[in-house]
Design a protein around this ligand. Structure first.
Ligand code: ADP
Length: 475
């Protein structure tokens, strides 16, 4: 299995592509060149011999060689052609009898081959036999004046010299081809290695980042592609580091928040235990304080549990069609006693009846936190206005107060867990710093949006927008 793995590597594929592109065309070239050479050489030779044969045939007819075979002038020429072209010439008369054979073997014999017959009828015939390596030509012997066929001249020449050249050429081309193949393979190896080097670098860099776990970043800028991968990876790494940091911060915040009431309780209990003959009133007083701290601890744990629940997937939403007017009225009713205690006027204004597909429990917790904050962080004799409106897609809840406001630099942090704009005041009035984190999570789970505007000393407005119809899927 491991052996086959390299086949799937980029390096091997690059090597293969470069090697094939470099070597394959050579084969095609070799076949092309050799085939062209052979046909060109044979055709040139044929044309040459044909013109020689025609001249000879003309002389044979003109000198009436057939009637006097001992004619010196013609015999000399026949021998010359035979020697130069390493061939054989036969003169055949009208009775298909070989009257002259330069080889001297077949003189007197009769020959009735297809070529001879055709040529006797006036055709010039040229044939190449590549297996036996010879060219055969048949030229008619014709009386120019009477057009009478007197016979045929048959010339056959060997193409050994052409084939010798052909073999020589082939050998040379093969050597060039082999040298080229070696160069191409070396080049392909070199290129493949070089081209995948950035990826090796990337793996090494990633391993280093993983091992050292420092604030290092990945940057392989050799190719646009590796740069894009590096960028995407760094973004992901940044996000993961952010998540890790916020998780650590959250854990340390939780521990701290949970410890604070416990420390108070311990101090209270210790001071009671350390004294002799403590008056009952002091006991009661301290016990009351301890009960308050327990209540606080309880609240923090409850809020934390709500947050953890919200952090789970959006699929956990328990969607039903809810009358939002009624939901807000319920919240107002529940919070009115706290408002009255602070002499804060609480008003709900509904512009239209609104029914929406929402998770009633989670959303009521979200609005509850907003209205509760508006009351908690208010002034004496202040007011809180809650309004509900809707268009065809969303409904809007606006919670406005005449309270202390949120400083501008704190406004962007109010949704963070355990964030308190005014620490001492918030703790004093029993805030956990988790309320707005819960609210924001609930709103986002519904694919909604939350915005805050505030002016220190004048008041705060929170606006929430939630789709009327729940859009499922990944949040
Ligand atoms: P807490 O439990 O402390 O109220 P929240 O998450 O609900 O926590 O709010 C975070 C902080 O934002 C609060 O401590 C407070 O300082 C500030 N805050 C929230 N709502 C208001 C408001 N309506 N007016 C002024 N300050 C507010």
């Amino acid at each position: 299995m491991k052996k086959l793995k390299f086949i799937h590597s980029l390096k091997f594929r690059l090597f293969l592509i470069i090697a094939l592109v470099g070597i394959l065309p050579n084969f095609a070239l070799r076949f092309g060149i050799l085939a062209t050479y052979e046909s060109r050489a044979v055709s040139n030779r044929s044309i040459d011999i044909l013109s020689q044969a025609k001249i000879l045939a003309n002389q044979v007819v003109t000198y009436n060689y057939m009637s006097d075979l001992s004619m010196e002038i013609i015999n000399a020429q026949l021998d010359q052609v035979t020697n130069i072209y390493d061939g054989r010439v036969m003169v055949i008369n009208s009775r298909f009898q070989i009257v002259k054979d330069t080889y001297g073997i077949d003189t007197g014999k009769t020959i009735i081959s297809e070529e001879v017959v055709k040529s006797f009828q006036g055709e010039e015939i040229s044939k190449y036999d590549s297996d036996s390596r010879y060219i055969e030509l048949a030229v008619p012997l014709k009386n120019v004046d009477t057009q009478e066929s007197l016979g045929v001249m048959l010339v056959s020449v060997s193409t050994d010299s052409i084939m010798m050249n052909y073999d020589y050429l082939k050998k040379n081309v093969q050597i060039i081809e082999m040298v080229n193949a070696v160069i191409v393979i070396a080049f392909a190896l070199f290129c493949a290695r070089r081209l995948v080097r950035p990826f090796k670098k990337m793996t090494k860099s990633l391993e280093e980042i993983q091992a050292e776990n420092e604030e290092e970043e990945l940057m392989i800028s050799d190719y646009t592609e590796t740069e894009a991968i590096s960028d995407a990876f760094n973004e992901m790494l940044g996000r993961m580091r952010g998540i890790d940091d916020s998780r650590q911060e959250f854990v340390s915040n939780v521990s701290h928040e949970l410890k604070t009431p416990l420390t108070s309780m311990k101090v209270l209990a210790d001071s009671l235990l350390g004294q002799e003959d403590v008056p009952v009133e002091l006991y009661k007083d301290f016990m009351g304080d301890i009960a308050e701290e327990i209540e606080r601890e309880n609240k923090i744990i409850n809020d934390l549990l709500s947050l953890v629940k919200m952090d789970k997937a959006a699929g956990e939403l328990n969607i039903s069609v809810v009358n939002v007017n009624e939901l807000l009225e319920m919240i107002m009713k529940r919070l009115r006693p706290i408002a009255e205690k602070q002499n804060v006027e609480l008003v709900l204004e509904s512009f239209r009846p609104v029914s929406a597909e929402v998770d009633e429990v989670k959303l009521s917790l979200a609005f509850n936190n907003l209205v509760e904050n508006a009351i908690k962080y208010n002034k004496k004799d202040g007011w809180v206005h809650v309004s509900l409106n809707a268009d065809h897609k969303y409904f809007f809840v606006r919670v406005e107060d005449s309270g202390i406001g949120i400083p501008e630099e704190a406004l962007e942090h109010v949704y963070e867990r355990f964030f308190r704009a005014d620490k001492s005041h918030s703790r004093e009035i029993g805030g956990t710093g988790l309320g707005l984190a819960i609210t924001r999570n609930a709103v986002l789970m519904h694919r909604g949006a939350i915005k805050a505007h505030s002016k220190e000393g004048e008041g705060t407005v929170f606006t929430v927008r939630i789709p009327l119809n729940y859009i499922g899927g990944i949040a």
